[in-house]
Every structure is written in structure tokens, then in C-alpha cells.
Ligand binder design. Structure first.
Ligand SMILES: Cc1ncc(COP(=O)(O)O)c(C=O)c1O
Length: 452
């Protein structure tokens, strides 16, 4: 086998038909190694997934042992030890960080998109059980991202996808998401909550509160706004508003949850009191495709008194091999105190990034929480003008960093829907102090060498 693959070589349906992909050989901690022996610092944990690091033997051994016992059972016919144990562990985490949630019950699926779809369906069914069939609309935020299946994509503020897939997408209502760097407010911290909650209120009143089933949010926004943190008081206002109008809140923590931001639940950090929570990515840590939908037992009780079941299932629902991975990841979190480490290393990362990157010519903003940080690149720092989209700055900068063995996650469009170049840094939560410092030094050096 060769050391790189470029279409039309091989037989894989590659996403990019013009890009060369190195063949990866193995990984260790925060590093990946390709077949040429080149080392990459996985500074984005893949797609913000590899929470417990690459090549984690403790996690791999635990999954291996479960596979020998039983890998798969039909989740509509059986439950299993790892599935029960993982749900109990998540319920305990909810009780300690989000006590307002009450008793939590989890369903396990394979991807963030699937769990987002399940969450939306759950809210819709609940309104049907309650005898309010008119509640069918969902409000999402822009920028925001909730996945790539058709409804999750409909709820994502991604204009370029809308152009392509528009005829296939559902109508989802949109309200602006707090984005500090581009809020246009003189004092985001002081006025942000009232401003953004006010925009949501206007939308709810226009649409008619009795037609809205749910509001879906990322407590800390991931890829589409580069780790944007909400202004103080925002989610408290949103909660009150939604309570007044009976709207359910879905916290999409697929990217920002599972310890990534320095608490197990990002909702805890953002002072959000959600009705449903969706986890993914870091929960399975890349060792199995795993996502979770967490709901309130009180809501399930309403369903029990009504139709008696949640009308949703997929082949791998509650499968033991995926839940064993989640359990092994949580065991590892606990043995190595990874959530607290994420908060500590994250504070160091944000400090270093701010000190070393912000002074650079085209770095407009550095933001984040825990081990989730974002950097926005701009054409003009004084006006915050973005680069023309044709320059493809985010993509070219990411390629430049990749060449130098630094993997970050780019995104575009946060400035006006089309332009805006940012990249995210979110290394595995096992990263150490020296590795944080080396990463930021290398990033700063590489950005200085980059010609936008
Ligand atoms: C916030 C958020 N929600 C949902 C998803 C979709 O997850 P998946 O790609 O596993 O379907 C993502 C993926 O990036 C995400 O960032």
C-alpha cells in the first residue's frame, strides 16, 4: 500500500476528489503517525472526538472484553450490562451538574446527527401526547450546526448546504446566536443577553408560541462560531422565555459536552437548564460511534401514560459494543480526572493563544472555554472585515498547518453566512502542559509564515 491516496487511486469514495490523503499508521496520545513516519499533533482531536487520546489501551481492552461477551443485541428486545451502566453513570453526572433536570434517562445511538433527530422527534411526540398537535416548529440558531442528516442539517445555519440541498430540507426557524466578535454591540457582556433573548422573543411572538415545539442550541457553539461563549444571563432569560411559552429546550452538546469545555456538561458552564441533552463525539472518544439522547424521566412518564412508548428506534439502538466504549471512556475520565484537567489545560491554552496569536497581523479574535478554542482570521483587524471567500483563507491556512504536522479544524461563513474564516483547536483531553505550550509555539510560528 502507498503512503498517500489521491482520487482516483484506491476504491474509497473520498470526500474530496482533489486532495491527497496520508494513510495513517497509528496514534498515541495527542499524536498521529502516517505510513511515512510523519508525526501530526492532533490539535482538533480529529473532529473534536478523541477525548481520551489515540491508542488508549485501557479503553481498547475494555471494549475488547465486551466484544467477547456480546457485541450486539436488538435494543428493542434486550438491554445489557454496559448499556444500563452507562445510562446510570450519565444520570449521576446530570444529578451533580444539572440538578434541575431531575432523573435522566438515556438512549444510545451511533452519531450526533441521529441523536439530534431523535431529540426533535421526542419533543414532537411529547406535544402529541399532550394534545397540542399544532406544536410542530423548531427554532434553531445561526450560526449553529446540528449535523448532516436532513433534519439536523435543516436546523444548521449553513447557507452553502441550503443552496445545494434546499429542496430536500425542512423548514426550521432561525434566530441569531450570540457571537461576541460580531455581535455589533458596544458591550456584549452587559447587553448581549437582553439583545439575543429579545430577538428570540420577537420570533416566537411572530410565529405564535403555540406552534413551537422546541428550541435547539449548542450551549457553547462549536465549529460554526469557533467556541463562542454566550453572554452572562443569556440562557437564564431564554429559559424563562421558553417556560412562559411552553417551549422545550434541546441542548446539543455533541461537540461541547463530555468534558470538552471543562465540565462534563457544557450546559452547566453556560447556566443552561435544558429539557433534553444530546451527547456524541467525545463520549465514545473515537473508539466506537456513540451518541446519547438524555431526557427527563418526567417527560417519559407523560409518554407512559399516553401511547406507552417512544416511537423511535434504529438498528444499533443501545448496542452493547457502543455503550461499552462510552463506559470505558467514562472510567478513564474518572481514573485520570480528565474533566478537571480539561478546565486546567484549557485555561492555559486560551491564555497562551491570546498572548501569542492575538498580536499577529490577521488574527481578529481568540475565544473559548476549556479545551475548546477558536481563532478568527480577518483581512482587516480595525474594521473586522473578513477575507473575500475566494481567497479560501481558512482552508489554505489549515492546509499550511497540516503540512507542518498541526491538525486544526477550519470553518467558514460565520461573518455573513458566506465569508468568515476560523479554525478550532480542541486537542485530546489528555494533553499535558508542555504539549500545550509546544502546540501554541508551533501554531504562532506557522501563522507568521502564512501569506493570506
Ligand atoms: C454541535 C454538533 N451537533 C451535531 C453534530 C453531528 O454529529 P455527527 O457528525 O456525529 O452526526 C455535530 C458534528 O460536528 C456537532 O458539532
Amino acid at each position: 500500500m502507498t503512503t498517500v491516496v489521491r482520487y482516483p487511486e484506491g476504491s474509497v469514495l473520498l470526500r474530496s476528489l482533489g486532495r491527497e490523503l496520508p494513510v495513517i499508521s497509528h496514534g498515541e496520545g495527542i499524536y498521529l503517525f502516517d505510513r511515512d513516519g510523519k508525526r501530526y499533533v492532533d490539535a482538533s482531536a480529529g473532529a473534536l472526538v478523541v477525548s481520551v487520546g489515540h491508542g488508549n489501551r485501557e479503553v481498547a481492552d475494555a471494549i475488547h472484553a465486551q466484544l467477547f461477551r456480546v457485541g450486539y443485541v436488538n435494543g428493542t428486545q434486550f438491554t445489557s450490562e454496559p448499556t444500563e451502566a452507562l445510562a446510570a453513570r450519565l444520570a449521576a453526572r446530570v444529578a451533580s451538574e444539572l440538578p434541575g433536570f431531575g432523573a435522566a434517562r438515556s438512549a444510545f445511538l451511533c452519531s450526533g446527527s441521529e441523536a439530534v433527530e431523535a431529540a426533535v422527534k421526542f419533543t414532537r411526540q411529547l406535544w402529541m401526547e399532550r394534545g397540542e398537535p399544532a406544536r410542530a416548529k423548531v427554532v434553531a440558531r445561526v450560526p449553529g450546526y446540528h449535523g448532516n442528516t436532513l433534519y439536523a442539517l435543516s436546523a444548521s445555519g449553513r447557507p452553502h448546504y441550503r443552496t445545494l440541498y434546499g429542496p430536500l430540507l425542512s423548514a426550521v426557524l432561525a434566530t441569531p446566536a450570540p457571537y461576541p466578535y460580531r455581535s455589533g454591540l458596544d458591550d456584549y457582556a452587559k447587553d448581549g443577553a437582553e439583545h439575543y433573548a429579545g430577538l428570540l422573543e420577537t420570533l416566537i411572538e411572530k410565529e405564535g408560541p403555540g406552534t413551537i415545539a422546541a428550541f435547539i442550541v449548542e450551549p457553547i457553539i462549536g465549529s460554526s462560531a469557533g467556541a463562542a461563549v454566550p453572554p452572562p444571563g443569556y440562557f437564564e432569560r431564554v429559559r424563562k422565555l421558553c417556560d412562559r411559552h411552553g417551549i422545550l429546550i434541546i441542548a446539543d452538546e455533541v461537540l461541547c459536552g463530555a468534558g470538552r469545555c471543562g465540565a462534563f456538561f457544557a450546559s452547566h458552564l453556560a447556566s443552561l437548564d435544558p429539557d433534553l441533552i444530546v451527547l456524541g463525539k467525545g463520549l465514545g472518544g473515537g473508539y466506537a460511534p456513540l451518541s446519547a439522547l438524555l431526557v427527563k424521566q418526567t417527560h417519559l412518564e407523560e409518554m407512559r401514560r399516553g401511547t406507552g412508548y417512544f416511537q423511535h428506534a434504529q438498528t444499533y439502538l443501545q448496542a452493547p459494543f457502543i455503550t461499552a466504549a462510552g463506559l470505558a471512556v467514562l472510567d478513564y475520565f474518572e481514573r485520570h480526572d480528565l474533566v478537571r484537567r480539561s478546565a486546567r489545560m484549557g485555561a492555559r491554552l486560551l491564555d497562551r493563544l491570546s498572548a501569542q496569536l492575538l498580536p499577529l497581523d490577521h488574527v481578529g479574535c481568540v475565544q473559548g472555554l476549556g479545551l475548546l478554542c477558536g481563532v478568527e482570521m480577518v483581512a482587516d483587524k480595525s474594521t473586522r472585515a473578513p477575507f473575500a471567500r475566494e481567497r479560501k483563507v481558512a482552508e489554505r491556512l489549515t492546509a499550511h498547518l497540516f503540512e507542518r504536522g498541526l491538525i486544526v479544524w477550519p470553518n467558514v461563513g460565520q461573518a455573513d453566512g458566506t465569508s468568515g474564516d476560523l479554525f478550532m483547536i480542541g486537542p485530546p483531553l489528555v494533553i499535558g502542559e508542555e504539549q500545550v505550550d509546544d502546540l501554541v509555539d508551533a501554531l504562532a510560528q506557522a501563522i507568521k509564515e502564512f501569506r493570506p
